[in-house]
Design a protein. Structure first.
Length: 125
């Protein structure tokens, strides 16, 4: 039986926000709502989840921009969840993150965009 290790799994999460009047409003609401869902998820193997706004590059000029679109007070916000997961392999870490966090995100796709072995933490810090 192989030993469980720590992996950093990054998930892409599209989040719909209604009633957003501006981009920053949409971002604030999306991060708050997703943060609440992450904290309510029953996830014994998923530790610490950081939420950030996805960045996109303009196809014409390459300029980076936030993945947010606001139309008629409705926004689509692209978020990333970067979570530390206890698992036996990178593939297992992705499945575990999607399964355990997915219970709080019914109907919302959690798409893995990267998984790496987490650096060991020093207990002296």
């Amino acid at each position: 039986m192989s030993r469980s290790e720590q992996y950093c799994v990054t998930l892409s999460v599209p989040w719909l926000v209604r009633g957003a009047h501006a981009v920053q409003d949409a971002i604030n609401i999306a991060v708050s709502e997703v943060g609440t869902r992450v904290s309510e998820a029953d996830s014994p193997n998923v530790h610490q989840c950081d939420i950030s706004i996805q960045m996109l590059s303009c196809t014409a000029c390459g300029t980076p921009m936030e993945a947010v679109l606001v139309v008629a007070e409705t926004a689509l916000v692209g978020l990333t969840l970067e979570c530390t997961v206890s698992a036996r392999s990178p593939e297992d870490a992705e499945r575990t993150a999607r399964r355990e966090l997915g219970t709080a995100f019914d109907g919302t796709p959690l798409v893995p965009i990267g998984t790496v072995r987490a650096a060991p933490r020093s207990d002296a810090e």
